[in-house]
Design a binder for this molecule. Structure first.
Ligand SMILES: C[S@@+](CC[C@H](N)C(=O)[O-])C[C@H]1O[C@@H](n2cnc3c(N)ncnc32)[C@H](O)[C@@H]1O
Length: 270
């Protein structure tokens, strides 16, 4: 595994953040899953697969669309995330969902069994993204769809640079590597898909400004995202100072929106 990816410590980051991530995934960036599901031609009775399902924003949405005659399989490496998704599907009576522990770095061949294969905000955790994309493609039936969503450029602007600077002034030399920078460029995503043999992908990038209701609304976003890795490294006292610096800057600059960039790829298998 690359040193950068290792420094992020994916498992610990999302294990600590799991319940806060679940809240942010619906309340803050639920639009990502809403947009993705709207682009997929999901119909009753279909079979869908959700890699890196996390707390299930896409698993739940896809299950609602394929209905009780369909089937959705959610896969994640973390039991905490699978537990949250399990509770959510049980509460909604979505018996058509099965969840299983799985690692996108070690997938068995897929057997072309699924109408739709989705991976939202997960591909950049793979050690070898080409190998993983080729594995995802092997799960898609001919005529079926692969959907990949990643984080794009300008994430959390204009606040993220202020957050980074505040972290570094607390901990000079602190690494601020975030894995999603690996796929923030749509051309890179296109090249990875080509190298994986995924043909005819349509790749698009967009910026979405989201409302930031108050300066205090920033910290739950840190808490419920991959930025949690940096927060954890700071420790409680430095974290409090960084939070205050960000909130003061947001108030002073009257920031009421922050950007979420996304890159989306959709490919239909010939
Ligand atoms: C940023 S969350 C995305 C969750 C969800 N797909 C969404 O759209 O909100 C990333 C998820 O990928 C999972 N993950 C990270 N590395 C993984 C791996 N190697 N295999 C399977 N899941 C992994 C994490 O546990 C986490 O639940």
């Amino acid at each position: 595994m690359s040193k950068d990816l290792q420094s992020f410590d994916t498992r610990n980051t999302y294990s600590v953040a799991s319940s806060d991530y679940a809240v942010a995934a619906e309340e803050f960036w639920g639009f990502i899953s809403d947009d993705t599901v709207a682009r997929l031609d999901l119909r009753p009775g279909m079979r869908a697969l959700d890699f890196c399902c996390g707390p299930g924003p896409m698993t739940v949405r896809m299950a609602e669309r394929v209905g009780p005659t369909g089937h959705v399989e959610g896969v994640d490496i973390l039991d905490e995330m699978l537990g949250i998704t399990q509770r959510r599907v049980r509460e909604r009576g979505l018996d058509q969902v099965t969840l299983r522990h799985g690692d996108i770095d070690a997938l068995p061949p897929g057997g072309e069994r699924f109408d739709v294969v989705n991976c939202s905000l997960g591909i950049y955790f793979a050690e070898d993204m080409v190998r993983t994309l080729a594995a995802f493609w092997s799960y898609v039936r001919p005529g079926g769809t692969l959907a990949i969503t990643t984080i794009g450029r300008r994430l959390f602007e204009p606040v993220l640079p202020v957050f980074f600077e505040a972290c570094r002034s607390e901990r000079p030399g602190m690494g601020t590597y975030l894995p999603w920078v690996r796929t923030e460029d749509p051309d890179v995503v296109r090249a990875l898909l080509d190298a994986a043999g995924v043909t005819g992908a349509e790749v698009t990038a967009a910026d979405t400004p989201l409302p930031l209701g108050s300066p205090e609304a920033w910290w739950p976003i840190v808490h419920g995202s991959g930025l949690r890795r940096l927060e954890t490294e700071l420790g409680p006292e430095a974290e409090e100072r960084v939070r205050k610096t960000c909130e003061e800057w947001i108030a002073e600059h009257r920031v009421d929106r922050i950007n979420v960039g996304t890159v989306r790829a959709i490919a239909v298998k010939p």
